[in-house]
Design a protein around this ligand. Structure first.
Ligand code: ACM
Length: 698
């Protein structure tokens, strides 16, 4: 877990960890930190967190205002953790030495590629944070906040010596504000969360078939018509960029083209590749509606927009999308086919090449962006012969896109494996490495891998529940982007993820409170606890199966059903699975009576939730009977109860040293199979563990 340069020190720190286990809260050499730092050597001493916490800042050259602001925010949050103000301390802060001493070289700028490394030392005398740039200070302050531990109601910083720097310079989160509009407060609180886990790029997906979300003064219909009134004003865009910059986060805008652009066509029909007129799309999916890349008027309009947007957005990178356009509208238009032939955009067999036409389009856009001093990024579909090397490729369809891109000398970013909208587990994303040891790349090619991005596509996330679809899982991805590749311990990741989740809640992220509010609305005045218990073992169906579960979603569909309150990853299911595996590990292959004594705690840990789930269905019946919205989930609740009953019976047989009859086993298998059917676009997240339990006991 720790990649310490000095084995002796690592050994010493492990000894410390063992020695202090009995007395202090964090018992792992990773403590509460996420992402894990490059090296950390822990001591046994402590620095108490007191209401006299102060800081001093020294800049070797000119000061950067973001440092003072970040230190003040940190101080405020630390003092809030101490609870209500106490009587004034005896030592006045002016006389006492500052608790935290910050020193840095120069102002750092993310868009300059400045360093983010820092060194941090905590002793009983105080904290020293040094960094070459202000960016390093911001990262170090995030670590200081996470260091705080608690014992017997006393907060303290553990003694430690940290040297830390990111593994990748590009550590992003995409927020899709096009499918569901995400008002500025949503973006800001997610920026706070990103800063807490050292993410540094907000990829702001600002236009798609379902909406164009930025005010354009030159082309006002884009937001007014294409955004249907829900868009960011230019003042708000500037405000978000300031807020992000103050946290060391860059903002990369994406305007998706030539596909995923129906909202543009609704505003400016002359962009279309046929004679149809379009409204802003109310439905989801790959619509294969594209701009006409053959008309000069298309480029005039895009140039007008880019001229304005490249001024509005200060980051040197600018994302043009470029994904999921199959070119069918182009090939159906004789005028466009004629253009393709005139431009010799044909395959070796002479047939029109729609990909070559898109590359023609991409090159025209790249020329504009170059004129405006921007570097172009696009999804991996834009990687075709003829694309200039300066274009950055964001790979979403597979690792191959990433490797192909860097082999062709393009800088590249990995998003495949980090699609958090698919509702996979944190462990699943955590296992994906942008540059695994076996990557078939040269050192020069490896250097072109800039990093990665988690993607929060928002077909099934509105501004209310989006936090719960991003966090806490994205903190595990942030660790993959920042920490050494050797940091791969999954149980320890989950231990820290729970701590970070609580930290994010203190920061104002609503990943826990919004689903809870939804549950209370659904309970409509009846006790919410049984519904909470039930929701906690559900997950939305994975991938994009929600589209195919008998319900037609549009942009108008409210996301306020039980599926929207269900966690993307069920903690209860994971914990139950761990308990089941611990129990199975304690047992032999043949039944014994009595059970080995060491298996009894594991048995109790498995039994307790089963008893709760068994009894829960009856408690939910009044809700299922009165709520039309909840009724569709009734069958799943009944199945959970029945399976819990079976599992409890099975545990009883186990204790009696008996095995079930063949008929019992057949019935159990049938019930397990039946419980696989989703209801209300959710599935029982505890099912795999129940299956392991019922099939795995001796
Ligand atoms: C994408 O998911 N279409 C980039």
């Amino acid at each position: 877990m720790l990649s310490s340069l000095r084995c002796g020190l690592l050994f010493a720190s492990l000894l410390f960890a063992v020695a202090v286990q009995a007395q202090q809260a964090p018992t792992s050499p990773t403590h509460h930190l996420m992402p894990v730092p490059t090296t950390a050597n822990w001591g046994a001493a402590r620095l108490p967190l007191r209401s006299t916490f102060t800081y001093i800042i020294t800049a070797d050259t000119q000061p950067d205002t973001v440092v003072a602001a970040a230190a003040r925010r940190l101080q405020g949050r630390l003092l809030r953790r101490l609870g209500p103000a106490r009587p004034a301390a005896k030592t006045t802060p002016s006389k006492a030495a500052p608790t935290l001493s910050i020193r840095y070289g120069k102002p750092g700028r993310m868009d300059n590629g400045d360093e983010e490394r820092y060194a941090l030392r905590v002793t009983p005398m105080g904290i020293s944070l040094t960094a070459p740039t202000s960016l390093g200070v911001l990262r170090g302050l995030a670590t200081v906040e996470q260091l705080v531990a608690k014992e017997k109601n006393a907060l303290y910083f553990p003694e430690v010596d940290i040297q830390d720097q990111p593994r990748f310079g590009w550590r992003g989160l995409l927020i899709d504000a096009a499918r569901h509009f995400m008002p500025v407060p949503v973006i800001k609180r997610n920026l706070d969360a990103m800063a807490a886990v050292k993410l540094n790029v907000l990829h702001w997906h600002l236009s798609d078939d379902q909406g164009f979300r930025v005010e354009s003064q030159r082309l006002p219909r884009l937001a007014q018509v294409g955004g249907e009134g829900q868009f960011y004003t230019q003042a708000q865009v500037r405000e978000v960029q300031r807020y992000a910059a103050a946290r060391g986060i860059r903002v990369v805008p994406e305007f998706d083209m030539p596909g995923h652009a129906t909202a543009w066509l609704a505003a400016y029909p002359e962009l279309a590749s046929n004679d149809s007129t379009y409204g802003v799309a109310p439905r989801w999916g790959v619509l294969n509606i594209a701009m006409d890349p053959t008309r000069e008027t298309t480029y005039t309009l895009i140039d007008t927009l880019l001229g304005e947007m490249t001024q509005l957005f200060s980051d040197p990178y600018f994302h043009i999308g470029g994904d999921e356009n199959d070119g069918r509208q182009w090939l159906r238009n004789p005028r466009i086919v004629q253009f393709i032939k005139e431009q010799k955009l044909v395959k070796s067999n002479g047939q029109p090449d729609k990909h070559a036409l898109q590359t023609y389009f991409n090159r025209r856009i790249l020329a504009m962006l170059t004129k405006y001093n921007k570097k172009m990024i696009g999804w991996d579909e834009i990687l075709r012969p003829g694309l200039p090397e300066s274009a950055v490729i964001q790979s979403w369809r597979g690792k191959k896109g990433l490797y192909d891109a860097v082999k062709a000398n393009h800088p590249a970013i990995l998003s495949n494996g980090y699609y958090i909208d698919l509702n996979y587990s944190a462990a699943n994303h955590y296992a994906v490495d942008p540059l695994p040891a076996d990557a078939p790349l040269t050192d020069a090619q490896k250097k072109l891998v800039l990093g990665g991005e988690a993607t929060m596509w928002a077909e099934f996330a509105d501004s209310v529940i989006v936090d719960s679809r991003i966090w806490p899982r994205t903190a595990a991805i942030a660790e993959r982007f920042w920490s050494p590749a050797t940091v791969t311990n999954v149980p320890d990741m989950y231990r820290r993820l729970a701590i970070v989740s609580a930290q994010l809640e203190r920061l104002g992220v609503q990943h826990r409170s919004a689903p809870e509010l939804l549950l209370r609305q659904l309970a409509a005045g009846q006790p919410v606890a049984p519904l909470r218990t039930f929701a906690s073992v559900l997950e939305p169906v994975k991938e994009y199966k929600r589209h195919f579960q008998g319900m037609k979603y549009t942009t108008q569909t409210l996301l306020n059903r039980l599926v929207d309150a269900a966690p993307a990853e069920s903690d209860a299911a994971r914990e139950f699975g761990e308990a089941v595996d611990a129990l199975l590990a304690q047992l032999g292959t043949a039944p014994t009576s009595p059970l080995p004594a060491e298996a009894l705690p594991a048995l109790a840990a498995v039994r307790a939730p089963l008893i709760q789930w068994q009894a829960n269905d009856v408690k939910l019946q009044p809700l299922f009977n009165t709520s039309a919205s909840l009724r569709e989930y009734g069958p799943l609740s009944a199945r959970l109860s029945a399976l819990s009953t079976l599992a409890l019976e099975r545990l009883q047989l186990l204790e009696q040293g008996q095995t079930p009859t063949a008929a019992w086993k057949t019935n159990a298998q049938q019930q397990l199979e039946a419980a696989k059917a989703p209801a209300g676009q959710t599935e029982l997240a505890v099912l795999p563990a129940l299956q392991r339990l019922l099939n795995g006991l001796p």
